[in-house]
Design a protein around this ligand. Sequence first.
Ligand code: AMP
Ligand code: MG
Length: 328
Amino acid sequence: MEAGGGLKRYVRTEPHMGTYFTIILYAPDSEAAEAAFHAGFQRIRRLDEIFSDYRPDSELNRLCRQAGAGPVHVSRELFEVLTLARRVSEASRGAFDVTVKPVVRLWRRARRQRRPPSQARLRAALELVDYRAIELDAARRTVRLRRRGMRLDLGGIAKGYTLAAVLSELAARGIQRALVDGGGDIAVADPPPNKNAWRVLVPTPEEMRGEPVILRLRHSAVATSGDAEQYVVLNAKRYSHIIDPRTGWPVVGPRQVTVVHSCATLADAWATALSVLEPEEAIALADARGLAARVIYSPRPGSFESLDSRAFRKLVSYQVPSPVPPRP
Ligand code: AMP
Ligand code: MG
């Protein structure tokens, strides 16, 4: 479809990283679009080979096998993700922690077996959880995991990094007007031709009725963390797949956090980090750091509340003026 400036809109979806990625882009012709899609999805495949939890041979898992030894020289991508993860861990005082994997594992099993892990197991796993035990050497680009048995989980941050990487891959090929969606987390570059912004819908839990929120974004990203899809109910409590690394227990839901940030990696990490904190505490931290965040939670069964940080409220009320219509 002709969209102005000689650019046409192209859309493609592929399954990657256990979810669906969609790229929407504007290109002069199908050949340029094809080349861009190829490069974009190729980038996702490459990053999956680095970050994957499931592939035994991923760079991440190779690094984990060196826990207690090392240091290990790593790719630029892995080093960048671990550096940003460290920043969010420090700023959230450990609510976000990629070393939480041994505990995540116990709770995955608990979900299948429908009973919580034993205290002894939890305690042993928690011994291995501490982001400060990841040594990063920027000059040598090496990583050392100080404790034997440590395992990393990039599930809370890698998707955001991937979205940003796809946009830069497209930009390198001259495609500036693009949107990438990875399982509901979205990053956008320049808006479509003749538009001031991309219109992005903030997801709202099904149980919560109300007006959907539409954000108008450019060069920005939206990430949502929640327990809508992955949770287990034990003793009438709804346990999320997000773990509080300070206690080893999952967040009790339902809860959903949306973060808008110019950096897709940080949007993803902060959405996970703020999910761990109590809603008021999450919003206070978001306000202190100027983060745009919305927390939806259920104070009582069947009722929902939503709290917005100041920066989020500003985003919602800010309306990009529509372009002046051409004179007839
Ligand atoms: P997200 O959907 O981005 O919130 O990521 C959730 C995933 O992050 C989980 O499935 C775990 O793999 C991982 N995770 C769980 N708890 C934490 C945490 N406190 N800090 C960092 N990653 C976590
Ligand atoms: Mg996340």
